[in-house]
Ligand binder design. Structure first.
Ligand SMILES: [Fe+2]
Ligand SMILES: [Fe+2]
Length: 166
């Protein structure tokens, strides 16, 4: 364990590890929601949507990597079982049982908005207390903001196309 590294954190480290583990669960659930969404999605602009969902899946996985690494640096244990994910998640999981593009896009936009709110709170908590974690969360939240924007732009194009057709 990085003893000095841990000692410079000016907040309760165990509480911080709990919050990071909740975010880690969110990232794995978001990864799978995108990954499986890309497999089952159907409808207009399917190829563009699959490309975006697949890219987002990769990025959520890289967020999980960043968070798990930070938890270990802090002397914590990253959540060890997928069974725990649904118990500790902030943002939950939206099963893509309706594979229509618009529904999948809306589910994932909702997920990104929850992620942005969650990370925004984590930024507030860590800003003064733990600049290292703050920096990691800043990197992640910047990508979540991009994700929300990318999906919203796709949904806008889809809506425009459907409007013109009718
Ligand atoms: Fe993420
Ligand atoms: Fe995201």
């Amino acid at each position: 364990m990085a003893e000095i590294g841990r000692s410079i954190v000016k907040m309760n480290v165990d509480e911080l590890i709990i919050l990071l583990n909740k975010a880690l669960a969110d990232e794995w659930l978001a990864y799978y929601q995108y990954w499986i969404g890309a497999k089952v999605v159907k409808g207009p602009m399917k190829d563009a949507v699959i490309g975006e969902l697949t890219l987002h899946a990769t990025e959520e996985l890289s967020h999980a990597e960043l968070i798990a690494t930070r938890i270990i640096q802090l002397g914590g244990v990253p959540v060890l079982s997928p069974i725990e994910w649904s118990k500790i998640t902030n943002c939950g999981y939206d099963e893509p049982s309706d594979p229509y593009v618009e529904v999948i896009l809306e589910q994932n936009i909702k997920g990104e908005q929850c992620a942005i709110r969650t990370y925004s709170k984590l930024l507030d908590i860590t800003r003064e207390a733990d600049p290292v974690t703050y920096n990691i969360i800043l990197t992640i939240i910047s990508q979540e903001v991009e994700h929300e924007e990318d999906l919203s732009a796709l949904k806008e194009d889809l809506d425009l196309m459907l409007e013109r057709r009718s």
